[in-house]
Design a protein around this ligand. Structure first.
Ligand code: FPP
Ligand code: MG
Ligand code: MG
Length: 379
């Protein structure tokens, strides 16, 4: 019977790897300047969900069993060697210190043989880039809370929060360069540009600036393109990078990418849905924030299709008297939430289908469970 199926816990599968994640990230962020050190490490204190590193580690383990591309082997060996020179020169100028090699600290001895040190480092880099984007995002969104605590901009002010984000990107770039894998560097550098492109697209709700825009198919295309850049690019390209570092063949690398892309799109659709359906207490960050910020996300875009009067509100970014409450009411009366959930479900199914050629493994089951959980999550 279905009820007898053992529940899969993706975190348990790579628990040994995840155990060192926050500690290693904090080592990557060490600065001799005490207040920069504090601001940079601030979002590593409250435990985040670590969705991206978890996916990278599961993908690394799942693709280890897939066919290899022969010409990649050398690059992988080089990357594994380079990774051992750990990044903890705590000089105030944060110099590149080639002699700061601390292999003993890099806890490679006790961890899963299927996951390479370079892939573990990649997991840390994805979390660094994500955290940098949150530091900047909370400034842009004037957010007051994150992960159940005051946001970094509230705690340290906008200037320090922005600089801390830049510092994270700098340290992520150094760690990335030390992987000695040019294609992986290119992928993650593109992600950083994509995050900014997505954020720019989001500043406008529609492709053209109009006072009274009308709904069209392009409305959804624009939103999905923005969503890819803002959220799915990091997940998809880091899945691709994980497969590349493991020396996987081209079809495996592509499958990893397609999994990450669809999972990322589903993840953000659910995020945009939760903004309507959950409270600040449940989310650990402000709820109902998107309309307040002038943003028309999937639930509203679906509502707009059948309620043309929303066009004027979208056009003025819900800045008119009572716009936010009216838009929220209309969305709740519509099937926008349901349609958003249905679209997220489609992406989840596509993500699972993408990795179906992978040989059966615990890690593959973990990736499937991550996709299923994306739909069920409530924070
Ligand atoms: C969270 O979205 C924010 C992002 C997914 C990306 C934000 C990107 C930037 C600010 C561009 C600059 C970043 C870098 C690293 C150069 P949200 O506001 O919808 O989510 P939230 O509810 O968690 O705040
Ligand atoms: Mg935000
Ligand atoms: Mg934002």
């Amino acid at each position: 019977a279905k009820g007898d199926m053992p529940t899969i816990d993706p975190l348990r599968i790579v628990a040994k790897e995840m155990k060192f994640l926050t500690g290693n990230i904090r080592k990557l962020l060490g600065s001799g300047h005490p207040s920069l050190d504090r601001a940079a490490k601030y979002y590593t204190q409250a435990e985040g969900k670590h969705v991206r590193p978890l996916i990278v580690l599961l993908m690394s383990q799942a693709t280890a069993l897939c066919p290899k591309a022969p010409q990649r082997q050398k690059a992988t060996l080089q990357a594994s060697a380079a990774i051992d020179s750990s990044l903890s020169p705590l000089s105030i100028l944060s110099d590149f210190n080639p002699s700061a090699s601390t292999p003993a600290e890099h806890d490679g001895s006790t961890t899963d043989p299927d996951i390479l040190p370079s892939q573990r480092r990649l997991a840390e880099i994805t979390e660094l880039i994500h955290t940098a984007s949150l530091l900047h995002d909370d400034v842009i969104d004037h957010s007051v809370s994150r992960r159940g605590s005051p946001s970094a901009n509230l705690e340290f002010g906008n200037k320090m929060a922005v600089l801390a984000g830049d510092f994270l990107l700098g340290r992520a770039s150094v760690a990335l360069a030390r992987l000695r894998h040019a294609e992986v560097v290119e992928l993650l550098a593109t992600v950083i540009a994509n995050l900014v492109e997505g954020e720019f697209m989001q500043l406008k709700n529609t492709a053209r600036d109009e006072k009274n825009p009308r709904w069209s198919e392009e409305t959804l295309t624009y939103y999905l393109q923005k969503t890819y850049l803002k959220t799915a690019s990091l997940i998809s390209k880091s899945c691709r990078a994980a497969a590349l570092l493991g020396g996987a063949d081209a079809p495996t690398v592509e499958a990893a990418y397609v999994y990450g892309k669809n999972l990322g799109l589903a993840f953000q659709l659910v995020d945009d849905m939760l903004d309507y359906t959950r409270s600040e207490r449940e989310l650990g960050k402000p709820a109902g924030a998107d309309l307040e910020l002038g943003l028309a996300t999937a639930p509203l875009l679906f509502a707009w299709k059948t309620m043309p009067e929303l066009g004027a509100l979208v056009g003025r970014k819900f800045e008119g008297e009572g716009d936010v409450a009216r838009a929220r009411d209309l969305v709740m009366q519509s099937d926008g939430i349901e349609q958003t959930r249905a679209l997220a479900q489609e992406y989840v199914e596509r993500a699972i289908a993408a990795i179906s050629p992978f040989p059966d493994s615990e890690a593959k089951d973990g990736l499937i469970e991550m996709a299923v959980k994306t739909l069920k999550r409530n924070k």
